[in-house]
Design a protein around this ligand. Structure first.
Ligand SMILES: [Zn+2]
Ligand SMILES: [Zn+2]
Length: 442
């Protein structure tokens, strides 16, 4: 196992003995880059939990095709950044990195790389489905080896292996051993949402609250990333009580946005927004007059996350029913730095969000991967709009929407099920219509 007594790292999730993929991914990319620069390495890819887009991972895994794995292993062992060699055979190199996470590199010849990549990507439950499928076709598929009439069949690409099993290439995020081989919906995977579908980020912070960068820097960061709209959603006063005595900083921010709108009008839509706090009784911590000035309102739970299930469910529903609220930010609590998992009656939340057409947010921040997988699927099935935001606190963090995309893909979402894929016009019409219809019901 990775964790040893007394070992601590900055970034392990103690509660699950797992690592945040936000932390593991850059480290995986660094080792992948170093591996690819070694002459004998023909091809190398990140595999395992990270490739399947899991929010927390047990280790970093890489599959590598090499002519001579032993010489590659010698080269890797000459690199810095690990503190222990746990296994070194021609097939597998297992290192304990100085950051505390385990790195596993598995090797094959190029001609078998497709099989290695498939097998190591997993999940074990998905691989078992493939084994069963092989059996039904009179093929033996075990531990990444496919045999036909007792003879090994080699696959340089994953696609050719899936094809031999009579399957399309199943996206790694869907390989969880559920119903990915049977459901026609899942097999038609060309519709799965991708990073390139995302047109807006509707939850970002600036130096007006706890963000690092200015409003303009965030707008430019969004522009560089080809977004067509960004909502500036700093925290509301109750989260910033040490800094502001009232909400007038939001009016100052609106003046800044008005200027930036003139400057960038042909390039990007800038929405005036807020990440309002849902108070313990379910009220929103901002006056109706100020809420009215906002183009978009994200409302989130930040305090008293440990209320009893009934109480916190009612609290969140009250926020969903608030006519100004468009998105519920990171429903579910937070995982990091400490686990504060909210005990919600999710079914009631989904029904309220669907009825009021309030979006629930897939939040890409590493603290908040608690609305994912089956929960997202259930919400969508009940008609809940889904938002997918970075919750950035700096321009660099705008890139972390990739982790939200993984969550959305794992839930099998198509681009039209996520409001951030809409054009700015479509989005603004939705926001206006949404506020009008909810207000009319009251
Ligand atoms: Zn928040
Ligand atoms: Zn936030």
């Amino acid at each position: 196992m990775i964790f040893r007594s007394g070992q601590t790292t900055d970034y392990q999730f103690e509660i699950f003995k797992k690592f945040s993929s936000h932390d593991a991914y850059p480290e995986a990319e660094k080792w992948l880059g170093m591996l690819r620069s070694i002459d004998d390495v023909i091809q190398a890819e990140i595999t395992g939990d990270l490739r399947r887009g899991k929010s927390t991972v047990g280790s970093i895994e890489i599959a590598a095709a090499a002519q001579n794995s032993e010489s590659v292993i010698t080269s890797v062992l000459g690199l810095e950044g690990y503190m222990d060699v746990e296994e070194a055979t021609p097939d597998t190199l297992r290192l304990l990195l100085t950051s505390g996470i385990q790195l596993i590199i598995r090797f094959s010849k190029l001609i078998q790389f497709g099989s290695l990549l498939q097998f190591t990507t997993g999940s074990p439950a998905h691989n078992e489905l493939l084994e069963n499928r092989g059996e039904s076709l009179n093929l033996s598929y075990q531990s990444g080896r496919l045999e036909k009439n007792g003879a090994l069949v080699e696959f340089e690409t994953e696609g050719s292996l899936y094809s031999a099993l009579g399957l399309p290439l199943i996206p790694p995020e869907l390989r969880e051993g559920e119903n990915e081989l049977e459901t026609p919906h899942s097999l038609n995977t060309s519709h799965l949402i991708a990073q390139t579908d995302i047109k807006s980020d509707l939850h970002v912070h600036t130096d007006f609250s706890d963000g690092k960068d200015s409003v303009e820097e965030m707008v430019c960061g969004a522009l560089i990333r080809n977004l067509s709209a960004i909502a500036i959603t700093d925290h509301s006063p109750s989260m910033l009580y040490r800094r502001y005595s009232d909400d007038s900083y939001l009016l100052e921010q609106h003046e800044v946005i008005d200027q930036l709108r003139k400057k960038y009008s042909t390039h990007i839509t800038i929405l005036k927004g807020i990440e309002a706090d849902i108070l313990p009784n379910g009220a929103i911590d901002l006056s109706a007059a100020m809420l009215k000035k906002m183009d978009i309102v994200v409302a989130s739970l930040h305090v008293e996350l440990d209320q009893p299930r009934e109480e916190i469910t009612a609290r969140l529903i009250r926020a969903i029913e608030n006519p100004f609220v468009d998105i519920i930010g990171h429903p579910g609590g937070r995982l990091y730095p400490m686990a504060d998992i909210t005990d919600l009656d999710w079914d009631k939340i989904f029904r309220a969000a669907a009825y009021n057409q309030v979006a629930l947010e897939i939040n890409s921040h590493k603290s908040h991967p608690l609305f994912e997988d089956e929960k997202v699927r259930q919400a969508v099935a009940l008609g809940v709009p889904i938002a997918l935001d970075s919750d950035s606190h700096s321009t660099a963090m705008l890139d972390q929407s990739r982790f939200g995309i993984s969550i959305a893909r794992r839930a099998g979402l198509s681009s039209d099920q996520v409001i951030n894929t809409w054009s700015p016009n479509h989005l603004q019409l939705w926001l206006k219509a949404h506020r009008k219809s909810t207000a009319a019901e009251r």
